[in-house]
Structure formats: structure tokens, C-alpha cells
Design a protein around this ligand. Structure first.
Ligand SMILES: [Zn+2]
Ligand SMILES: [Zn+2]
Length: 109
């Protein structure tokens, strides 16, 4: 049996993606059904870890940033920052951050 590339629509993001002839024969050999998701949605699901964690709500781009607990390097107050503190850079609370002299460099967060 020979296969031809065909277009499928991703159930997740409605993108049309190509289910290639090679993939089709591979899936047929393995007894898999046709893929329901485009490669990027599949990759996203796979890298999402054990599943369930970030349940279904429309994904990224909602403007809500994840906040991380940190301690201000200036006043030692507990604070939250919109990035993961790595320890190689001081973290400031919003008070101290706004009090710091503005640097001319392109450093931003
Ligand atoms: Zn998709
Ligand atoms: Zn502070």
C-alpha cells in the first residue's frame, strides 16, 4: 500500500498540518490512529511533564506571568518577581527597585 501526504487539522490549535506518507506508513505499522495534533502541540504536551499540571485553559499569551518568591537583596524583604531568581543576579523588591538609580544599560526585566 502506498501513502500520500495528507493534511490534518490539529484539534488543539486548529492548524492544518501535514501527515506525511512516511508518518502514515509508520503509524500503520504500529497500529496507531491518525495524529490529532500538530507536531508543535504534540511536543508541547510531551514537554509538559506528567500531564494535568497546567490544565487546559487556552495556554500562553494570557498576560499572566508566573511569580516567584524571592528575597530583596537590599532590604531582605520577601518579594515576588516575574522571573525565576537564579542567584547570579540580585533581586529587589519593587520599592528598592524603583529607588535604585536608573542604569543606562539595557538591563531590564
Ligand atoms: Zn496544534
Ligand atoms: Zn527591598
Amino acid at each position: 500500500m502506498s501513502y500520500e501526504d495528507k493534511n490534518l487539522t490539529c484539534v488543539e490549535c486548529n492548524t492544518t498540518f501535514v501527515f506525511s506518507a512516511d508518518d502514515q506508513s509508520f503509524h500503520a505499522q504500529k497500529g496507531y490512529t491518525d495524529p490529532k495534533r500538530c507536531t508543535s502541540c504534540r511536543a508541547a504536551r510531551r514537554s509538559g511533564g506528567g500531564g494535568g499540571g497546567y490544565g487546559g485553559g487556552g495556554g500562553y499569551g494570557g498576560g499572566q506571568r508566573e511569580m516567584h518568591a524571592a528575597v530583596c537583596a537590599e532590604c531582605n524583604k520577601d518579594t515576588e518577581v516575574p522571573f525565576l531568581p537564579t542567584g547570579d543576579r540580585p533581586v529587589y523588591c519593587s520599592d528598592c527597585f524603583s529607588k535604585r538609580p536608573q542604569q543606562q544599560s539595557s538591563q531590564r526585566w
